[in-house]
Design a protein around this ligand. Sequence first.
Ligand code: PLP
Length: 412
Amino acid sequence: MKIAERLHGMEYAIRDVAVIGDKLAREGKKIYYLNIGDPVNPQVSDFKTPSYIIDSLANAAKKGYNFYGNSLGVQELREKIAIEENRRNGLSLVADDILLTSGVSEAIFFACAALIEPGDEILVPGPVYPPYISYAKFFGGKSVEYKLDETNNWQPDIDDFASKINSKTQFILLCSPNNPTGVLYDEQFTKEIGKLAAEYDIPLVSDEIYDQIIFEKFDTYKCHVSILRDELPELPIIGMNGFSKAHLSTGWRLGYMYFHDPAGKMAQLKQSIESLARIRLCVNVPAQYAAIKTMEEPKDHTKHMVEKLLERRDYCMKRFSEIDEVSCVTPDGAFYLFPRLKFLEEGRGPWKDDKEFVLDLLAETGIMAVYGSGFGQYGINHMRFTFLPTIETLEEVFNLFEDFLKRRLTES
Ligand code: PLP
């Protein structure tokens, strides 16, 4: 059978390691699932979807909302999302500016489908969340990584960024808090990126999936669109967000894109994406009704999760500070750590690269992390793991990690 060229070499490091881990688990090995950012997967973490949200889903199904819905989303939910985005980010969106999607994943897919033609490029932060690469490639385009500078708290390197914009650049992607670094972009960098985007007339796409999972800086953080709306009122921005993480419902597949477009530059683009949305009929309808309810309730579950995550992050940072061979920038939000494996850079140990290291770690200790090079060129010699598990589990993980590292480094 001839398989379409566009599917050649499709990789997703986060899930690729899971295939090996699952095999080891079937053979009876205890696996620590630190590879995947899923707060409600019981293999990963102890967080749970709040019962009132589950009840709302069940009620929606019982009430008979089991039919195909509007392709753009349930109107009441679109209205609620517009109000919430306006409240949070000082925008002036209306329901019509909101399109419900099957997670932010589908929103990324839609943006790429609408804007990328063979030969085109998109600018994405590197280290990079891998689907940005895959979707660009799927449409015959290329993702070009602008460097996030680890020595500057993983902030965008503006010179590198500026040097990579060209006439093929179709959009610029921002992701803050970032996956995999967990870091928030400083306002200054958002402004500089925004200015360059405006100068070259390139739209911004802002992945805001972790914007409710921010630690110390929660009260002062402003998302890109709220920073840029006054200074660059003509700059079109597609925002993306969803219910997976903040509302602990990853498996429901519910997200949305919003079109912030005061100058009306994206009218045609929006229409094209809406046409595409009609082809896939609609997004999970009972989940949309449950989301309406979720948005009416106080967000105690998010607050509770963030409090717990902060304790877990601090525990991990303390443990890392005791390991000389590794350094790690403190994440401002999300639930990932992206430590630098200094011994790999120095050529110490038996491993040829971060992938070999992560696979050895998995086989030996059962700790399932993701190799840094799976996040592109700027991820080399790192690994990513989540701090979603309980402190008890993280303690076991760090004890195993430390032992493993000591043993291997003295053996070699
Ligand atoms: N964007 C980023 C940066 C993510 O880390 C993830 C999931 O891990 C997604 C998007 C996907 O989110 P969703 O579940 O809404 O598809």
